[in-house]
Structure formats: structure tokens, C-alpha cells
Design a protein around this ligand. Structure first.
Ligand SMILES: [Zn+2]
Length: 264
């Protein structure tokens, strides 16, 4: 179950299945900070507004302070809508051109940035490994979450049945029409029975509304994950709480998915 939690006037969004003494996690929201328009008010990224990077860095320092993790240990990849996933062992690792990170090193802080795309945090408690994934439609079409599970299985020997996976705030089916071509690319990533993940758009029957969060949940289930928590919040409908690229026509900031293992 997802819930909001306010700390030092900042609104965090968390999943109860990741409330574990060995793990620190949060999805951030846009409320409570000081970043000026169009990133108001707690943006973790400034992709389209590099002149506002200073404010973003202050926000990143603030969230690190609230979560009790070190700002110097933040690892923020250059996301490119790929299915590239990197295993991280130090803050000096190359994180250019990747949309998923995995680490078993305590105190490294994985942070990925979002404005409508699907954030996924995966925790393998038996092997003490975390992964944070950015799944837009391109990453979802390439089954990036399945790829992460494959790495957790092959490289870390994690028991997939024990894995806890959370799918955070992202654009909902209500606000996400795509072309028939895109929907077909997405449909082939899951086993039969699409369970209303794809519905014909009521205004334009050449468009298909896709439930990207449910689709990622199905990819996880098809790979054997049992314990999945999925946010019901649509970032586009709730653009006062989360950043939404679609709702704000590209002039927006980024919320983050953050995970860090505490030392054992
Ligand atoms: Zn919506």
C-alpha cells in the first residue's frame, strides 16, 4: 500500500512493502520545496531548465538529509529510454546512458528521475540487493523490469519469490493514449490475457489507452514476482502533486525514485 508522509515540510510518497529496517526508500513529490516555475516546488531534475540546476541541487541535498543518506553518495544516471541496466559498486562508476541501476553496496543512493514514466524499485531481501528502474513506453516495450530480474537472478542469485517490487506514481490509463503500433509493441511483452491493460480510446479509435503501470506489474508477475505494490495515482491527473510531462506540455520538473541499502 502506498502512503504519503510529511517530513520537514516535504511530502514523501512511500510503499509499505519496502518499509524494512535494512532499506531506505522514497518517491518524491513536487510539494514543499522552493524551486521556481516551471519546476515548482521540489524538483529533483532540471532537464529542460539547466539554469535552475542550483535549486535542484539544494532539493537533492534536502531529500538526502530527510532520508538520512549521504548527498555525496547519490548516483543519478543519464536516462535515455534504453533497457541498459548497470550494476553499481562505487560512486565513480559510469552511469551514462542507462535506465536501470542495481547495487548490493550499502549506503550508495540510487536516484532516477520521472515525469509520467513508470518508476520501479525492486528489493531482494535475501541477497540484500536493490534496483531502481525507469520504464517509459520504450523501456517497457524492451521489458526492462524483466531484464532487471534476470540480473538479480543470474548475478546475485536472488530468490525471485522473495522479491518485493513497487511500481510508483506514473501516468495512468486515463491519460495515456498511444498509437496502435506502439500498443502492439507493448502487448507482445506479456503472456496472454491482457486484462484491460489496452483499451480503445473513446474519442479516437486509432488510439489505444495503455495502463503502463499494470503492464510493468504483469511483466514482473510473468517473471515470477509475487509481492508487488502498485500506486494508483496518475501523475497527469495529479499534476499538482507529481510532475507530469504530458499535463504541462514538457515544461515541468522531475520527481525521483530513491533507494539505498543501510549497512548491516
Ligand atoms: Zn489520468
Amino acid at each position: 500500500m502506498f502512503y504519503f508522509q510529511e517530513k520537514q515540510n516535504i511530502n514523501l510518497y512511500k510503499s509499505s512493502i519496502l518499509d524494512d529496517e535494512n532499506l531506505i526508500h522514497s518517491f518524491t513529490t513536487r510539494t514543499g520545496g522552493k524551486t521556481p516555475s516551471p519546476l515548482e516546488t521540489f524538483s529533483m531534475g532540471s532537464a529542460e531548465n539547466p539554469e535552475l540546476l542550483h535549486y535542484v541541487q539544494e532539493n537533492r541535498k534536502k531529500i538526502c538529509e530527510i532520508l538520512g543518506v549521504k548527498y555525496e553518495n547519490l548516483i543519478i544516471p543519464q536516462q535515455k529510454h534504453t533497457d541498459n541496466i548497470k550494476i553499481i559498486s562505487s560512486i565513480y562508476d559510469d552511469v551514462s546512458n542507462c535506465d536501470g541501476l542495481i547495487t548490493d553496496v550499502p549506503e550508495l543512493v540510487l536516484m532516477l528521475l520521472f515525469a509520467d514514466c513508470v518508476p520501479v524499485i525492486i528489493y531482494a531481501p535475501d541477497r540484500h540487493v536493490i534496483s531502481v528502474i525507469h520504464a517509459g513506453w520504450r523501456g517497457t516495450a524492451k521489458s526492462i523490469v524483466k531484464k532487471a530480474l534476470h540480473i538479480l537472478d543470474q548475478e546475485f542469485h536472488a530468490d525471485i519469490k522473495k522479491i518485493k517490487a513497487t511500481i510508483g506514481p506514473a501516468i495512468g490509463q486515463c491519460c495515456y493514449p498511444v498509437s496502435i503500433e506502439v500498443s502492439k509493441e507493448l502487448e507482445i511483452t506479456i503472456e496472454k490475457d491482457c486484462d484491460n491493460i489496452f483499451t480503445t480510446n473513446i474519442k479516437d479509435n486509432n488510439l489505444v489507452n495503455v495502463d503502463l503501470k499494470k503492464l510493468n506489474a504483469r511483466q514482473l508477475e510473468d517473471s515470477g514476482v509475487i509481492n508487488i505494490d502498485k500506486s494508483d495515482n496518475c501523475t497527469c491527473c495529479m499534476s499538482s502533486v507529481f510532475y507530469s510531462y504530458r499535463a504541462e506540455k514538457g515544461k515541468t520538473g522531475r520527481h525521483a525514485a530513491i533507494a539505498s541499502l543501510s549497512g548491516i
